[in-house]
Design a protein around this ligand. Structure first.
Ligand code: GDP
Length: 261
Protein backbone atom coordinates (compact mmCIF):
# COMPACT_ATOMS: atom_id res chain seq x y z
CA UNK A 1 0.00 0.00 0.00
CA UNK A 2 1.49 3.36 -0.87
CA UNK A 3 1.80 6.30 1.49
CA UNK A 4 -0.93 8.43 -0.08
CA UNK A 5 -3.46 5.63 0.18
CA UNK A 6 -2.39 4.78 3.71
CA UNK A 7 -2.75 8.37 4.90
CA UNK A 8 -6.02 8.81 3.04
CA UNK A 9 -7.51 5.72 4.67
CA UNK A 10 -6.17 6.29 8.19
CA UNK A 11 -6.65 10.08 8.28
CA UNK A 12 -4.38 10.36 11.34
CA UNK A 13 -4.87 13.40 13.59
CA UNK A 14 -1.16 13.64 14.22
CA UNK A 15 1.95 12.21 12.57
CA UNK A 16 5.24 12.00 14.48
CA UNK A 17 7.96 11.42 11.93
CA UNK A 18 10.82 9.91 13.89
CA UNK A 19 11.93 7.38 11.28
CA UNK A 20 15.57 7.65 10.23
CA UNK A 21 18.92 6.02 9.82
CA UNK A 22 19.78 7.74 13.06
CA UNK A 23 23.37 6.79 13.86
CA UNK A 24 25.85 9.57 13.04
CA UNK A 25 28.96 7.38 12.81
CA UNK A 26 27.13 4.87 10.60
CA UNK A 27 25.99 7.69 8.28
CA UNK A 28 29.62 8.13 7.15
CA UNK A 29 29.60 4.50 5.96
CA UNK A 30 26.20 4.60 4.22
CA UNK A 31 25.67 8.26 3.23
CA UNK A 32 23.36 7.64 0.29
CA UNK A 33 21.06 5.34 2.24
CA UNK A 34 21.04 7.84 5.12
CA UNK A 35 20.09 10.69 2.75
CA UNK A 36 17.32 8.60 1.26
CA UNK A 37 15.74 7.48 4.52
CA UNK A 38 16.47 10.46 6.78
CA UNK A 39 16.17 13.22 4.17
CA UNK A 40 13.85 12.10 1.36
CA UNK A 41 11.74 10.04 3.77
CA UNK A 42 10.42 13.27 5.26
CA UNK A 43 9.39 14.80 1.95
CA UNK A 44 7.71 11.52 0.98
CA UNK A 45 5.37 11.83 3.96
CA UNK A 46 4.81 15.58 3.52
CA UNK A 47 4.01 15.11 -0.16
CA UNK A 48 1.72 12.16 0.58
CA UNK A 49 -0.17 14.32 3.08
CA UNK A 50 -0.57 17.04 0.48
CA UNK A 51 -1.68 14.62 -2.22
CA UNK A 52 -4.13 12.85 0.05
CA UNK A 53 -5.56 16.21 1.13
CA UNK A 54 -5.60 15.04 4.74
CA UNK A 55 -5.12 17.67 7.46
CA UNK A 56 -2.93 15.68 9.84
CA UNK A 57 -0.65 17.67 12.09
CA UNK A 58 2.97 16.82 11.32
CA UNK A 59 5.97 16.64 13.65
CA UNK A 60 9.49 16.41 12.22
CA UNK A 61 12.28 15.01 14.40
CA UNK A 62 14.92 17.62 13.70
CA UNK A 63 18.24 17.31 15.45
CA UNK A 64 20.98 19.24 17.21
CA UNK A 65 23.34 17.52 14.74
CA UNK A 66 22.18 20.18 12.25
CA UNK A 67 24.25 22.71 14.25
CA UNK A 68 27.40 20.56 13.88
CA UNK A 69 30.30 22.99 13.76
CA UNK A 70 28.46 25.37 15.99
CA UNK A 71 28.12 28.98 14.89
CA UNK A 72 26.99 30.21 18.33
CA UNK A 73 26.85 28.90 21.90
CA UNK A 74 24.27 28.04 23.09
CA UNK A 75 22.32 27.15 19.95
CA UNK A 76 18.79 28.51 19.41
CA UNK A 77 16.13 28.32 16.69
CA UNK A 78 17.93 31.11 14.78
CA UNK A 79 21.49 29.72 14.93
CA UNK A 80 22.72 28.91 11.39
CA UNK A 81 23.14 25.21 10.61
CA UNK A 82 26.53 23.68 9.77
CA UNK A 83 26.07 19.90 9.65
CA UNK A 84 29.15 17.73 10.06
CA UNK A 85 27.92 14.33 8.90
CA UNK A 86 25.74 12.81 6.19
CA UNK A 87 23.13 12.38 8.92
CA UNK A 88 23.27 16.09 9.76
CA UNK A 89 23.00 17.06 6.07
CA UNK A 90 19.93 14.85 5.64
CA UNK A 91 18.30 16.33 8.74
CA UNK A 92 18.87 19.88 7.45
CA UNK A 93 17.11 18.92 4.21
CA UNK A 94 14.19 17.46 6.16
CA UNK A 95 14.00 20.52 8.42
CA UNK A 96 13.65 22.89 5.46
CA UNK A 97 11.22 20.58 3.69
CA UNK A 98 8.99 20.79 6.77
CA UNK A 99 9.22 24.60 6.88
CA UNK A 100 8.60 24.75 3.15
CA UNK A 101 5.43 22.64 3.26
CA UNK A 102 4.17 24.72 6.17
CA UNK A 103 4.75 27.96 4.28
CA UNK A 104 3.64 26.70 0.86
CA UNK A 105 0.53 24.74 1.78
CA UNK A 106 -0.41 26.04 5.23
CA UNK A 107 0.22 22.66 6.86
CA UNK A 108 0.44 22.35 10.63
CA UNK A 109 4.06 21.16 10.54
CA UNK A 110 6.58 21.64 13.35
CA UNK A 111 10.28 20.94 13.78
CA UNK A 112 11.44 19.85 17.20
CA UNK A 113 15.19 20.48 17.25
CA UNK A 114 16.00 17.97 19.94
CA UNK A 115 19.38 17.75 21.57
CA UNK A 116 20.57 14.31 22.68
CA UNK A 117 17.86 12.59 24.69
CA UNK A 118 18.71 9.42 26.50
CA UNK A 119 17.04 6.76 28.62
CA UNK A 120 17.42 3.08 29.50
CA UNK A 121 15.85 2.40 26.09
CA UNK A 122 18.65 4.15 24.18
CA UNK A 123 20.28 2.00 21.46
CA UNK A 124 23.30 0.11 22.70
CA UNK A 125 25.74 1.67 20.25
CA UNK A 126 25.15 5.24 21.43
CA UNK A 127 27.78 6.36 23.87
CA UNK A 128 25.58 6.87 26.97
CA UNK A 129 23.99 3.43 26.86
CA UNK A 130 27.23 1.80 25.79
CA UNK A 131 28.81 3.23 28.95
CA UNK A 132 25.97 2.37 31.35
CA UNK A 133 25.68 -1.19 30.03
CA UNK A 134 29.42 -1.64 30.43
CA UNK A 135 29.36 -0.26 33.97
CA UNK A 136 26.68 -2.80 34.93
CA UNK A 137 28.49 -5.69 33.23
CA UNK A 138 31.81 -4.75 34.86
CA UNK A 139 30.13 -4.40 38.24
CA UNK A 140 28.78 -7.97 38.10
CA UNK A 141 32.05 -9.35 36.70
CA UNK A 142 30.85 -10.05 33.17
CA UNK A 143 33.11 -7.56 31.37
CA UNK A 144 36.63 -6.27 31.97
CA UNK A 145 37.13 -3.38 29.54
CA UNK A 146 35.23 -0.66 27.71
CA UNK A 147 36.55 0.69 24.40
CA UNK A 148 35.58 4.27 23.54
CA UNK A 149 36.53 6.99 21.03
CA UNK A 150 36.69 10.73 21.67
CA UNK A 151 36.22 11.46 25.38
CA UNK A 152 36.42 15.23 24.86
CA UNK A 153 33.25 15.52 22.78
CA UNK A 154 30.57 17.55 24.56
CA UNK A 155 26.86 16.99 24.49
CA UNK A 156 23.70 18.41 25.99
CA UNK A 157 22.09 15.22 27.32
CA UNK A 158 18.48 15.23 28.51
CA UNK A 159 15.94 12.60 29.56
CA UNK A 160 13.99 11.19 26.60
CA UNK A 161 10.49 10.83 28.17
CA UNK A 162 10.39 14.58 28.84
CA UNK A 163 11.43 15.30 25.26
CA UNK A 164 8.66 13.10 23.90
CA UNK A 165 6.18 15.07 25.97
CA UNK A 166 7.67 18.23 24.43
CA UNK A 167 7.00 16.85 20.92
CA UNK A 168 3.38 16.27 21.82
CA UNK A 169 3.10 19.77 23.31
CA UNK A 170 4.35 21.34 20.06
CA UNK A 171 1.73 19.50 18.06
CA UNK A 172 -1.08 20.68 20.39
CA UNK A 173 -0.39 24.38 19.68
CA UNK A 174 -2.83 26.31 17.48
CA UNK A 175 0.04 27.42 15.26
CA UNK A 176 2.94 25.23 14.19
CA UNK A 177 6.49 26.44 14.75
CA UNK A 178 10.06 25.23 15.37
CA UNK A 179 11.49 24.68 18.85
CA UNK A 180 14.77 23.70 20.47
CA UNK A 181 14.43 21.16 23.29
CA UNK A 182 17.59 20.95 25.39
CA UNK A 183 18.85 21.25 28.98
CA UNK A 184 21.26 24.19 28.33
CA UNK A 185 23.96 22.17 30.11
CA UNK A 186 26.90 20.54 28.41
CA UNK A 187 29.12 17.69 29.58
CA UNK A 188 32.00 15.75 28.05
CA UNK A 189 31.88 12.03 27.34
CA UNK A 190 34.62 11.78 30.01
CA UNK A 191 32.30 13.36 32.60
CA UNK A 192 29.59 10.86 31.69
CA UNK A 193 32.09 8.03 32.12
CA UNK A 194 33.24 9.38 35.50
CA UNK A 195 29.70 9.82 36.77
CA UNK A 196 28.51 6.40 35.57
CA UNK A 197 31.47 4.41 36.95
CA UNK A 198 31.41 6.53 40.11
CA UNK A 199 27.76 5.72 40.71
CA UNK A 200 28.70 2.00 40.76
CA UNK A 201 31.75 2.68 43.00
CA UNK A 202 34.20 1.88 40.22
CA UNK A 203 37.29 3.78 39.04
CA UNK A 204 36.82 4.32 35.31
CA UNK A 205 40.55 4.62 34.63
CA UNK A 206 40.98 0.91 35.34
CA UNK A 207 38.53 -0.11 32.66
CA UNK A 208 38.21 2.45 29.85
CA UNK A 209 40.47 1.99 26.80
CA UNK A 210 40.76 4.00 23.60
CA UNK A 211 39.79 2.60 20.20
CA UNK A 212 40.18 4.82 17.12
CA UNK A 213 37.36 2.94 15.38
CA UNK A 214 34.87 4.95 17.43
CA UNK A 215 36.26 8.29 16.29
CA UNK A 216 34.53 10.18 13.48
CA UNK A 217 35.89 11.82 10.32
CA UNK A 218 34.35 15.10 11.53
CA UNK A 219 33.11 15.79 15.02
CA UNK A 220 30.54 18.12 16.51
CA UNK A 221 32.35 19.57 19.46
CA UNK A 222 30.15 21.74 21.59
CA UNK A 223 26.44 21.09 21.42
CA UNK A 224 24.42 22.98 23.99
CA UNK A 225 20.90 24.20 23.36
CA UNK A 226 18.86 27.07 24.75
CA UNK A 227 15.22 25.95 25.18
CA UNK A 228 13.95 29.45 26.15
CA UNK A 229 11.48 29.67 23.26
CA UNK A 230 9.90 26.31 24.14
CA UNK A 231 9.56 27.42 27.75
CA UNK A 232 7.99 30.73 26.83
CA UNK A 233 5.64 29.57 24.08
CA UNK A 234 4.62 26.03 25.01
CA UNK A 235 5.59 25.82 28.68
CA UNK A 236 8.15 23.02 28.22
CA UNK A 237 11.10 22.70 30.57
CA UNK A 238 13.61 19.88 31.22
CA UNK A 239 13.46 18.48 34.75
CA UNK A 240 15.94 15.61 34.86
CA UNK A 241 19.49 16.88 34.75
CA UNK A 242 22.82 15.20 33.99
CA UNK A 243 23.57 13.40 37.30
CA UNK A 244 20.03 12.03 37.63
CA UNK A 245 20.03 10.85 34.03
CA UNK A 246 23.30 8.94 34.55
CA UNK A 247 21.89 7.36 37.72
CA UNK A 248 18.63 6.32 36.05
CA UNK A 249 20.51 4.65 33.19
CA UNK A 250 23.13 2.86 35.33
CA UNK A 251 20.48 1.63 37.80
CA UNK A 252 18.29 0.32 34.98
CA UNK A 253 21.16 -1.61 33.38
CA UNK A 254 22.22 -3.03 36.75
CA UNK A 255 18.64 -4.10 37.50
CA UNK A 256 18.34 -5.74 34.08
CA UNK A 257 21.55 -7.72 34.51
CA UNK A 258 20.63 -8.82 38.02
CA UNK A 259 17.18 -9.97 36.92
CA UNK A 260 18.83 -12.13 34.25
CA UNK A 261 21.39 -13.80 36.52
P1 GDP B 1 25.30 11.44 18.66
O1 GDP B 1 25.36 12.74 19.36
O2 GDP B 1 23.97 11.16 18.04
O3 GDP B 1 26.43 11.24 17.70
O4 GDP B 1 25.41 10.35 19.84
P2 GDP B 1 26.51 9.27 20.21
O5 GDP B 1 26.11 8.75 21.55
O6 GDP B 1 26.66 8.26 19.12
O7 GDP B 1 27.88 10.06 20.32
C1 GDP B 1 28.07 11.10 21.25
C2 GDP B 1 29.56 11.50 21.29
O8 GDP B 1 30.30 10.48 21.94
C3 GDP B 1 30.22 11.68 19.90
O9 GDP B 1 30.89 12.92 19.89
C4 GDP B 1 31.22 10.54 19.81
O10 GDP B 1 32.40 10.89 19.09
C5 GDP B 1 31.54 10.28 21.27
N1 GDP B 1 32.01 8.91 21.51
C6 GDP B 1 33.17 8.56 22.13
N2 GDP B 1 33.29 7.22 22.16
C7 GDP B 1 32.19 6.71 21.56
C8 GDP B 1 31.76 5.36 21.29
O11 GDP B 1 32.41 4.37 21.63
N3 GDP B 1 30.55 5.22 20.66
C9 GDP B 1 29.78 6.31 20.28
N4 GDP B 1 28.61 6.08 19.69
N5 GDP B 1 30.19 7.57 20.51
C10 GDP B 1 31.37 7.78 21.13
Amino acid sequence: MNLVKLIYELKPDEIYHLGAQSHVRVSFDIPEYTSDVTGLGTIRILEALREAGVKSRFYQASSSEMFGKVQAVPQTETTPFWPRSPYGCAKVFAYWATVNYRESYGMHASNGILFNHESPRRGETFVTRKITRAVAAIKVGKQKELFLGNLDAQRDWGYAPEYVEGMWMMVQQDTSDDYVLATNETHTVREFVEAAFGHADLDWKEFVKFDARYERPAEVDLLVGDPAKAKKQIGWEPKTKFRDLVRIMVDADLAELKSKS
